[in-house]
Design a protein around this ligand. Structure first.
Ligand SMILES: C[S@@+](CC[C@H](N)C(=O)[O-])C[C@H]1O[C@@H](n2cnc3c(N)ncnc32)[C@H](O)[C@@H]1O
Length: 266
């Protein structure tokens, strides 16, 4: 870990903090607290997102998917993809991808002793680089269906970078029967006061942890060209196949601040 890592808040480690993980630094906790002040409910939103991940991975496992490519994964902590299928048979293969070297260094250490689960440092906006990575080539078999997770990733990809074209590039590399899971922040359903708070949160990320691009329902749907959403379709984050075991407490303003969807490549 470099001095720069300790001086700058880092989105993967802030996420880890909100989810109760242990891979975060004082600078991350301080910035996360500032964000929570700006947008009360941010931590809940992060938990909704991880709840969706849990539901989506379980669903895809039940559909027979055994290999997972998790793009913009953050740290492999706090019930991330590989934990959800641990102990289930047959075993799964997971490649976590993040562009943040500090997160990847920490992730590699955590996964050292875990079979068939790896983390690589790559820019998910460059599918050719991701698929050419030796770990991806060795662990994943692209002739077989896989799960491609883009949870909380496309919010970091601006329209000028063509996020829909990016999803298409991944789709074209995947076998029929693959599933895509996407979650995305949105201010579309926020009440006016919460919408103002969301934009203040986006401002607080700019220049520290990254530029966020909020999208409405139509814009998120447009990213999924060529994919068929499975029931219940594109819904607010906590509404995607809610699990009675996953208790989030009373409803909050965070309930409607993001969309989730799982879609199949037919
Ligand atoms: C909001 S967190 C989401 C973590 C996890 N996917 C989840 O849903 O709980 C977004 C992660 O995406 C990573 N990220 C952002 N842009 C990326 C890019 N172009 N390539 C790879 N990772 C990226 C960030 O470093 C961060 O760890």
């Amino acid at each position: 870990m470099t001095t720069d890592d300790e001086a700058r808040p880092n989105v993967a480690r802030m996420y880890d903090y909100w989810l109760g993980g242990v891979c975060n630094l004082p600078i991350d906790r301080a910035h996360a607290a500032r964000v929570e002040e700006i947008l009360p409910g941010m931590e809940m939103l992060v938990r909704f997102n991880r709840g969706f991940l849990r539901q989506a991975v379980t669903f895809m496992f039940d559909q027979g998917i055994r290999q997972f490519l998790d793009l913009g994964s953050g740290l492999p902590t706090a019930t991330n993809t590989h934990h959800l299928a641990l102990g289930r048979q047959p075993p799964i293969k997971v490649v976590y991808v993040d562009h943040d070297p500090a997160a990847v260094e920490c992730g590699e250490q955590l996964l050292r002793a875990v079979e068939d689960v790896k983390m690589i440092c790559a820019d998910a906006r460059r599918p050719d680089d991701v698929f050419a990575h030796p770990v991806v080539r060795e662990l994943l078999d692209l002739r077989e269906p896989l799960a491609l997770l883009m949870n909380g990733l496309l919010v970091f990809v601006g329209d000028e970078e063509d996020p829909g074209g990016l999803v298409t590039q991944y789709r074209e590399r995947c076998a029929v029967g693959s599933y895509f899971a996407v979650s995305h922040l949105s201010d579309e359903l926020a009440d006016p006061q919460t919408a103002v708070a969301m934009h203040a949160m986006v401002d607080s990320y700019r220049g520290t942890v990254g530029q966020l691009h909020l999208r409405d329902r139509a814009a998120v749907e447009a990213l999924l060209k060529g994919l068929t959403p499975v029931a219940p379709g594109l819904v607010t984050m906590p509404s995607w196949r809610p699990d009675a075991d996953l208790r989030f407490g009373p409803s909050s303003s965070a309930d409607t601040l993001g969309y989730s969807v799982v879609a199949r490549l037919e």
